[in-house]
Design a protein around this ligand. Structure first.
Ligand SMILES: [Zn+2]
Length: 267
């Protein structure tokens, strides 16, 4: 149901979202009759799509160890006999190519570089590909549209540094997030940043899309810098409202980030 609304670049690659569980997206990069899958939490929707479209699976990319991102990997890798790129550490069964910060690899016609982005989990990595016509990022559960991942393992400081690292990429970068959390994220963002005009109009667009059960992704770094409170630590209104919520003065970027994150957790 989401496929028709996906932003697809037919000239180079098609990047297609498959719905899984209640709100996950498994992204498929399709080129010719080959495909690469990112974070296959469930093998079934991937196998169906590959079968229905006569596609061969060339590789699997994994951003972090959570089951809703890895649950289908062993089954898919065994059937396709393909490489599995994911975080170093040997804690994820089935990874054949263990990756660290700055590692590079190629799949299909795309060259990817790896950024370590601890925070949501300690092993989290994201996949960035710079191309002549568009730059793409698979951000897993690190950066969402309007928000960021919960801090299950890392510290607020680690997550803030991870998001700062992502924000140094070109503003035109197209970001493929692993969950449909945008509407909830934007209602929080509006509470923190109620006079942000771009955020208000984006919130309306997202509500309309979700009322039709349509996808709100991908997003762009340019848009996120305008609407995502976790990338807007300099915004006076966000800082003021976060201080009011916690009834305390916030003295550094990391304190501001941590306070926005804990406010969002209780929202
Ligand atoms: Zn996760």
């Amino acid at each position: 149901m989401f496929i028709s609304s996906a932003k697809i670049n037919w000239i180079m690659n098609s990047i297609i979202p498959l719905s899984a569980f209640s709100d996950n997206y498994i992204w498929l990069i399709v080129y010719g009759n080959s495909a690469v899958v990112v974070d296959p939490g469930d093998a079934a929707p991937v196998k169906k799509f590959l079968n229905d479209n006569n596609l061969n699976l060339s590789a699997i990319l994994i951003t972090h160890h959570h089951f809703d991102h890895t649950g289908g990997l062993v089954e898919l890798a065994n059937e396709a006999n393909c490489p599995v790129f994911g975080p170093k550490g040997e804690h994820i069964k089935g990874i054949t190519d263990a990756l660290s910060e700055g590692d590079k690899f190629s799949v299909l016609n795309l060259d990817f570089s790896v950024m370590e982005t601890p925070g949501h989990t300690l092993d989290h990595i994201v996949f960035y590909s710079e191309n002549s016509d568009e730059n793409i990022l698979f951000s897993g559960d690190t950066l969402f549209s309007g928000g960021c991942g919960r801090l299950f393992e890392g510290t607020p400081m680690q997550m803030n540094e991870s998001l700062q690292k992502i924000s140094t990429l070109p503003d035109t970068t197209i970001i493929y997030c692993a969950h449909e959390y945008t509407q909830n994220n934007l209602s929080f963002a509006l509470a923190a940043n109620p006079t942000n005009i771009t955020l208000k109009s984006e919130s309306k667009i997202v509500s309309d899309l979700r009322s039709r059960n349509e996808i709100t992704l991908p997003t762009t770094l340019f848009k996120e810098k305008k609407i995502n409170p976790f990338l807007r630590l300099d915004d006076e209104e966000i800082v003021k409202n976060t201080e009011l919520f916690h009834d305390m003065k916030l003295n550094s970027k990391h304190e501001i980030f941590a306070a926005i994150r804990s406010w969002k957790d209780s929202f």
